[in-house]
Design a protein around this ligand. Structure first.
Ligand code: 7TS
Length: 403
């Protein structure tokens, strides 16, 4: 695979002054995705799912083709198990407001992990509060694993288990398939937050036996404003709608309404067809590159980065020692320097990283820090960029007056 040819597909990467290491926040987009969106609006645009004329029918077809593409990508059994949303956050809220509000009751328990992004914490806190349920946290051990003892928090009282497949701070992959099995043994549903896994690994929702799987398009080369929720059909069918209004109905009278079949029951209002088409193009691109290449490249870059950083005595690294467990994510602090200052110094060298709590405050409290810096690499990043990043890191303490 020719990395320079891959980079040439990404217009923004042509400006080589910049090193973009904030891919866990959002990825960059190749021209194939930009062109697919552009082409939709130039040639196919009309309001999908309602018009009876050629353009509207074309827009509907493009939208439904994109849904099929997502279904195939995740190995969903049926297209109607894919609900388009704005992002992973909306997908998780959909499950909370519909399935959970209808099925979680007083005294029931919801189990999540301490590693969750706020988007996979707050919806469950809301449900627990409204329903008088108990929210429990699974804590990981010194090797970043959940022990069998810890997993015993999943009990007969558990109604729902939610866990991120890949952590946006530690980069580790969690055993969601095993946890789904434990959840199912006690009759609970398993919600997987796939925001950080879908960009980096082949996902098979049937193999994982996830009941729900949420992800965002923008972290995997797609546009912002489109994501999806996979849900098993029997569950989605039995759930009440989330948002109500146009397009999600069958009939409406003065007194009430009956709802449309799946997936439209969960897609109220004019849908985001242009970005769904962009997401399908992103999936085509990722599959053309292949997840073997993506995983190898991320692991190689993580290794290079971690090995260089380990030699710097003033750096604390968070996450496993094994370089192959990082999914391109390297989280760290520099002794005496606030991560915001680290990020600002790096910015002056055009190096883009994230600093702060990464929307995972309970995790940072568990680690015992208020904030960290985070470099997150994707398959289009290069060894030279890692070297530039590490060289700049070596200057940070000097610039901040420590040396
Ligand atoms: N879940 C995880 C594990 C995430 O990393 C993120 C975003 C979300 C959910 C929410 O995704 P959204 O597209 O709905 O916003 N994570 C990050 C991050 O690490 N830096 O910026 C956003």
């Amino acid at each position: 695979m020719d990395l320079q040819a891959i980079r040439a597909d990404f217009p923004i990467l042509a400006d080589e002054r910049y090193v973009y290491f904030d891919n866990a926040a959002t990825s960059q987009r190749p021209r194939q995705v930009l062109e697919a969106i552009d082409n939709f609006y130039r040639t196919t645009n009309a309001n999908p799912l309602r018009g009876l004329y050629e353009w509207s029918i074309g827009a509907t077809e493009a939208y439904e083709k994109a849904r099929s593409r997502v279904a195939r990508f995740l190995n969903a059994e049926r297209d109607e198990e894919i609900i388009f949303t704005r992002n992973a956050t909306e997908s998780l809220n959909l499950v909370a407001y519909t399935w959970a509000m209808a099925n979680v009751n007083e005294g029931d328990e919801i189990v999540i992990s301490i590693m969750e992004h706020h988007s996979n914490i707050l919806p469950w806190q809301m449900v627990a509060k409204k329903k008088g349920a108990v929210l429990k946290f699974l804590e990981y051990d010194e090797k970043f694993n959940f022990s069998d003892e810890e997993l015993k928090k999943i009990t007969d009282k558990t109604k729902l288990v939610a866990m991120t497949y890949v952590s946006n701070v530690l980069g580790v992959t969690n055993p969601v398939k095993k946890v789904a099995e434990l959840a199912h043994k006690v009759g609970a549903v398993m919600v997987v937050d796939g925001a950080q896994s879908t960009p980096h690994k082949k996902v098979d929702v049937q193999d994982l036996d996830a009941d729900f799987y949420a992800f965002s398009g923008h972290k995997m080369l797609g546009p912002m404003g489109i994501g999806a929720l996979y849900g098993k059909r029997e569950l989605l069918d039995a759930m009440p709608p989330f948002l109500t209004g146009g397009e999600m109905i069958e009939t409406v009278t003065r007194e009430g309404a009956t709802y449309a079949e799946l997936p439209h029951k969960f897609e109220a209002g004019t849908v985001n067809a242009g970005d769904a088409v962009g997401l399908a193009a992103a999936i085509d691109y990722l599959e053309d590159i292949g997840f073997d290449f993506i995983v190898n490249q991320e692991n190689r870059l993580s290794k290079l980065c971690l090995e260089a950083m380990r030699d710097l005595p003033y750096i604390t690294l968070y996450g496993p020692l094994e370089t192959g467990r990082h999914s391109g994510i390297v989280t760290f602090n520099i002794e005496g320097c606030h991560p915001h200052d680290v990020s600002s110094v790096l910015d002056s060298e055009h190096i883009c990283i994230r600093a702060g709590h990464h929307c995972a405050q309970p995790l940072l409290q568990y680690i015992g820090v208020n904030a960290t810096a985070r470099a997150s690499m994707y398959f289009y990043n290069t060894d030279e960029e890692v070297e530039r990043f590490v060289e700049s890191l070596k200057k940070v303490r000097g610039w901040l007056g420590f040396e």
